[in-house]
Structures are given as C-alpha cells and as structure tokens.
Design a binder for this molecule. Structure first.
Ligand SMILES: C[S@@+](CC[C@H](N)C(=O)[O-])C[C@H]1O[C@@H](n2cnc3c(N)ncnc32)[C@H](O)[C@@H]1O
Ligand code: SF4
Length: 227
C-alpha cells in the first residue's frame, strides 16, 4: 500500500487551477511530544506509547466527516502542527495527505507544512516527510544559544538547531524556523546579534515569539521555571 501524496496529485480532475474564493486550509494536530517544555501551554502531551495506527484511523475518519461539510471546496494549504508532528511516522502524514487529495480538489500550488523539532532523530525523517508530500518545514529552533536552550528545557542544542536548518534548506524549497525572545538575561544587544545570525540562515520566513509564561495551573506534570 502506498501513502504517497505525490502519487495522487497528477489526477487532473482533482487539481483546481486556482482557489477562486472557496479555498481553505486543513489543520492536522499531533498532540504528542518527547518531553514537555516548561513554557509551553499548547495541547501537547508526553506518552510512553502511542497507538499510531489508531490515531491514523481517527484522523482519516475526521477528514471524511469534514469533507461531508465542505465538499467541493478547494484545499489551498495543509498544516501539521502540534505537539510535535515530526514524531509521526511519515507514512501517517502520507495517509492523511492522500485522504485529503481524495476528499477535496487541491490548489495547484498547495502548501503543505509540518512543524518539526530540530533533534537529530527527527532530522532523519525529513526526507520521508518530503516524499510523503510535505513541501514546507517549520522548525522549533527557539534559540541559537546552548544556555538559553537549556533554560527553555529544549531537547536539542544549538549545533543540532543549525544542522536542522541546513538540512531543511536542502530538503524543502520552503522552510521557516521559530525563535523565542525576551528570555531572562537577554538584553537588546544579544537579541540583535542572535536575530542577525538567524536572518543569515533564514529562508523566506522567520517566526519570532515573545516568551509568554502561562499562569494557569499545568495539566501535565512538568519542570517549573525558576527565573
Ligand atoms: C506548537 S509550538 C512548537 C512546535 C514544536 N513542537 C517545537 O517545539 O519545536 C510552535 C511555536 O510556538 C512557540 N511557543 C510555544 N510556547 C510559547 C511560549 N510560551 N512563549 C513564546 N513562544 C512559544 C515556539 O516558538 C514554538 O516553536
Ligand atoms: S514547545 Fe513544542 S516540543 Fe515543547 S512541549 Fe510545546 S509543543 Fe512540545
């Protein structure tokens, strides 16, 4: 069985020349992470075991349900967010993309983004995601400094982050990465330097987020910040 999105794309009857006002995006959430970053208030959870086949079946059933509500409209973009969707088996992403292609017409220039953590284990999957139909990668770099990455509780170091950016640039025609600023101890000059370095490595897009500490009680047991 093939999950390859690219194998479905050539059906000319299913590719819309342009999304004439009816275009919409499909967001697919993968709510699992290897570890919980202490600043993160997203719907993301650490689980020892995930029944991925069951999740895949549920995602496909959801897509069938929503196609019944939006049938005939054109999909212009797909975004795999998280959590950490780069922990998914690329075949799951391929199966989701194949089902989207079966259920809706696709814009000829459809953008398919996947959020990824820069850990080396996940870098090994980048080519698999590209083969499955992902054409844009969004990397959670957060900082280009080891002390800051430790403070943020990240599972990667700055060398892995730089390697992941280079690999994303080689594998995907479009990529972006995220940085978090206003970290404790980070003055304006340090941020200016880091931003300059980031811009030198960036593609056409860079996302910068001001560090926000959620004040609600954490639902998941996690390390707390000491600022
Ligand atoms: C869904 S999250 C992360 C995707 C991926 N799991 C990762 O961590 O690399 C998307 C982005 O939101 C930003 N973010 C998450 N929590 C934040 C917070 N509390 N303050 C500022 N930025 C935050 C981070 O830059 C993160 O990369
Ligand atoms: S920042 Fe990313 S890796 Fe960290 S807990 Fe949130 S979703 Fe997971």
């Amino acid at each position: 069985m093939s999950f390859m999105f690219a194998t479905l794309a050539p059906d000319p009857g299913r590719i819309a020349p342009a999304a004439a006002g009816d275009g919409f995006g499909v967001y697919v959430h993968w709510p699992f992470c290897k570890s919980k970053c202490p600043y993160c208030d997203f719907n993301s959870h650490v689980r020892e075991r995930i029944d991925e086949a069951r999740w895949r079946t549920a995602l496909l059933a959801d897509l069938d349900h929503y196609s019944g509500l939006t049938g005939g409209r054109t999909v212009t973009s797909v975004f795999f967010g998280g959590g950490t969707p780069s922990l998914m088996d690329p075949r799951t992403a391929g199966a989701v993309l194949a089902r989207i292609a079966r259920n809706w017409p696709l814009a000829a220039d459809i953008e398919v983004t996947l959020e990824a953590n820069p850990n080396s284990a996940e870098q090994a999957r980048f080519a698999g995601f590209r083969a499955a139909g992902v054409n844009r990668l969004s990397l959670g770099v957060q900082a280009l400094d080891d002390a800051a990455l430790r403070f943020l509780g990240r599972a990667h170091d700055q060398a892995e982050a730089r390697a992941a950016i280079a690999l994303a640039a080689r594998n995907f025609s479009r990529f972006s990465f995220d940085l978090i600023y206003t970290r404790p101890g980070q003055d304006r000059a340090a941020w200016r330097r880091e931003l300059g370095e980031a811009l030198a490595m960036a593609g056409e897009h860079l996302s910068v987020y001001q560090l926000t500490i959620a004040t609600c009680r954490p639902r998941t047991k996690r390390r707390r910040f000491t600022i």
